[in-house]
Design a protein around this ligand. Structure first.
Ligand SMILES: [Zn+2]
Length: 300
């Protein structure tokens, strides 16, 4: 197979929802490391909606170390919209149109999305993101379902999009070229995966963490989390990332012969009380600092 221009490759774009950079740096992720070095990047959004709106317009989290190597070339960005302001920054792929998805649809790609957090539930008329795709699969809990401890602190398994890598890969393989987006929810609270099911201890910790997310501050809480509690919760997110890495290994092996461009990043991180708040949606270094990997599968 001759070299394929980067702009004509199939694409796998993954967001690891809420995954902190320091968690990614401490995790065992052999499949992600195959793509290239872990890059420390800054997200343009502090929660799912703005981060993905920017991402779908080509504004991925930007590596803090500056230009990075992609397909042997030093670039500042992977995609660049024709609508972006003039810049000397080097981008690998220029595109026209309102989103990456419209660009790839117009090029004749099979464009498919999959999501796991409630912003991607198309059955909720308030949600805009899934409508940006011609086909979108949602696996998470219903966005409009009553929110209680019982509906939030749960084992998820089949509700995780990366539990469905076989079906996603088969759908992509049916087309000559594809653009596959997956919002991975395993790294989002409650961090449960088939590798890390609920126990009595982490169930209690998650209930308390949800209360802190809802209150946004630990300042006057009666039930603060100890440093040991937070270590356990961060370990849960790390284990959720390692499960995602395993599932991505399966996805990559199914699609590597198509030699896709692969980009994996978090949409935002989250704060675990470093400066008194928990969760995301507010400006803080741990919220804006995210992991990023990018590379090519199946050789150049
Ligand atoms: Zn998110």
């Amino acid at each position: 197979m001759p070299n394929v221009d980067l702009a004509d490759r199939s694409v796998i774009l993954i967001t690891l929802d809420s995954c902190r950079y320091d968690v990614a740096a401490s995790a065992h992720t052999p499949n992600l490391r195959r793509l290239g070095p872990l890059l420390r990047a800054e997200s343009p959004g502090t929660y799912t909606l703005p981060a993905h709106a920017a991402l779908f317009n080509g504004h991925l989290p930007r590596p803090v170390s500056g230009p990075f190597i992609l397909d042997g070339y030093s670039v500042d960005a992977i995609w660049r919209s024709a609508a972006a302001r003039p810049s000397k920054r080097r981008s690998a792929i220029r595109f026209d149109g309102p989103t990456l998805m419209t660009h790839y649809v117009e090029k004749g790609y099979r464009v498919l999305g999959a999501g796991g957090v409630t912003f991607f539930d198309a059955s909720d008329p308030a949600n805009h993101l899934p409508s940006l795709f011609p086909d979108f699969l949602y696996f998470g809990r219903p966005a409009r379902a009553p929110v209680t401890t019982e509906t939030r602190v749960i084992d998820r398994e089949e509700r995780l999009p990366l539990a469905h890598t076989r079906a996603l890969a088969e759908s992509c393989s049916a087309a000559e070229r594809f653009f596959l987006f997956v919002n991975c929810s395993s790294t989002h609270i409650p961090y449960t995966t088939p590798w890390s099911p609920l126990s009595q201890r982490n169930r209690d910790l998650l209930r308390r963490l949800y209360r802190l997310h809802d209150g946004r501050t630990s300042g006057s809480r009666e039930d603060p989390l100890t440093k040991g509690d937070i270590r356990v919760l961060l370990k849960m997110q790390r284990r959720a990332l390692e499960w995602a890495d395993s599932r991505l290994g399966d996805l990559f092996s199914r699609l590597s012969e198509r030699r896709p461009l692969v980009v994996v990043c978090a949409d935002h991180g989250e704060e675990f009380g470093e400066d008194g708040r928990f969760g995301h949606g507010h400006p803080h270094t741990t919220v804006s600092t995210v992991p990023l990997w990018c590379g090519l599968l199946g050789g150049g």
